[in-house]
Design a protein around this ligand. Structure first.
Ligand code: ZN
Length: 147
């Protein structure tokens, strides 16, 4: 799992074929093994625009996602990342988002989310753009953590 992959802007999915479905299955296995609530394809070495979530026992697949609206209201939540072990910190983000995406069947969907799901969506969507949650901390704090 290269550091480079985590810092690359991922490419859109062009066709939801057997390879993509297999990848999504593997991603769910990996996420469950690590007790995660979300996982993005770049975290398993694939720079393509897919992430998954498991929130309140509900599975979500987001393909070619686009966050089209974010709330003015923000909230602070503690975040961690399977790709940055043992680092946890509080991150401020919009409390709610509206997202457009394709589901695992290729159906175009729009969803509004708040609470933990909104948080996971924003964290994982950042991965598709080569952004990590530590980038959202103030620079001093980030330096201290990365040391
Ligand atoms: Zn992460």
């Amino acid at each position: 799992m290269g550091e480079d992959c985590l810092r690359t802007v991922s490419e859109p999915v062009t066709a939801i074929d057997d390879d993509i479905r297999a990848l999504i299955g593997e991603m769910f296995d990996t996420m469950k093994k690590e007790n995660g609530v979300g996982l993005a394809a770049p975290q398993v070495g694939k720079n393509i625009r897919i992430f998954i979530a498991l929130v309140h026992n509900q599975k979500y697949v987001f393909i070619n996602p686009q966050i089209i609206e974010t709330s003015q209201e923000t909230c602070v939540m503690e975040e961690g990342c399977l790709s940055i072990p043992k680092i946890y910190d509080y991150v401020t983000r919009p409390a709610a988002v509206k997202i457009q995406f394709l589901d695992a069947d290729g159906k175009r969907c729009t969803m509004e989310a708040d609470g933990l799901l909104a948080r996971v969506i924003q964290h994982e969507n950042d991965h598709l753009n080569g952004v990590l949650f530590i980038d959202r901390l103030d620079p001093e704090k980030k330096e201290e953590l990365v040391k």
